[in-house]
Design a protein around this ligand. Sequence first.
Ligand SMILES: Nc1ncnc2c1ncn2[C@@H]1O[C@H](COP(=O)(O)OP(=O)(O)O)[C@@H](O)[C@H]1O
Ligand SMILES: CC(=O)N[C@@H](CCC(=O)OP(=O)(O)O)C(=O)O
Length: 299
Amino acid sequence: MTNHDPDAALLAKAETLTEALPYLQRYAGKTFVVKYGGHAMGDPERQRDFAEDMVLLKAIGVNPVVVHGGGPQIGAMLKRLGVESQFVNGLRVTDAATAQIAEMVLAGSINKEIVSWIAAAGGRAVGISGKDAGLVIAEKVQGREADPLKGIERHVDLGFVGEPVAVDPRLIESLSADGIIPVIAPVAIGLDGHTYNINADTMAGAIAARLGAARFFLLTDVAGVLDKQGELMTDLNPARIAELRADGTISGGMIPKLETCVSAVEAGVDAAVILDGRVPHGMLLEIFTRQGAGTLVRR
Ligand SMILES: Nc1ncnc2c1ncn2[C@@H]1O[C@H](COP(=O)(O)OP(=O)(O)O)[C@@H](O)[C@H]1O
Ligand SMILES: CC(=O)N[C@@H](CCC(=O)OP(=O)(O)O)C(=O)O
């Protein structure tokens, strides 16, 4: 090797940067909504990776908007407090006490933790919930559940489980324009004045749709959507998703996740990507390299 030949490792680093160039140009000024699921929040190292990714995106001119979950963390707190909790089609049945605990965990604890991680990575974040500045208005979800005996769906009361019916993007837009990363907890006020617990995927999808996001990422604890053999399905569209739901390939938490992807892409989001949030910098690889990751949902 002469002084003019950089070693292979250095060259590979430079190539990674040049490979990223078209993506950097394409995404500058665009909004990415990132749903950070409770299962994806791994150990402190993974949390640091996630925060670094958000700060890096902001530094290169993308506007990341974080909407987080915390289902397992709410579950752990309910258990400590001796409160039973039950899910119907991936949604937590939420009575008044559960709504209060969910808000405490989501908007009080997890939201501020994520803000701290971003601060530690050198970024500026503001933690809010759907309640702040009328960001999200919720309406009670009319729950439905399959009745195996009659073979039909029946109505179930999910309590204070809401879905967004209106999103006012002004607070997010002004924070983003000020160089701040908004971090949003999935809690909102209903038209009736009650506090509603919103599935974080649903909340993130409604925000992505309203912002006309270029990308909507859902970070979870599986590689993406898996078929019945456990193989990753890399590309899906709304029609295929309806088939997978009907034949039982998708269940539990994957149901609201894919429903929200479909609503988001139908509302104009370019693409939604479900990927494993525990893979170090998996989102950066998905965004800035030719090698995709996870399941891409497009219209
Ligand atoms: N076809 C499928 N492919 C992948 N995961 C699935 C599928 N069907 C159901 N799931 C479940 O959905 C879960 C992801 O949803 P959820 O637990 O709500 O994640 P998060 O907390 O990240 O939102 C997976 O861990 C898996 O148990
Ligand atoms: C109504 C409903 O189910 N709300 C969710 C909110 C948190 C969430 O969605 O968190 P993950 O993204 O980590 O699953 C719950 O209570 O668990």
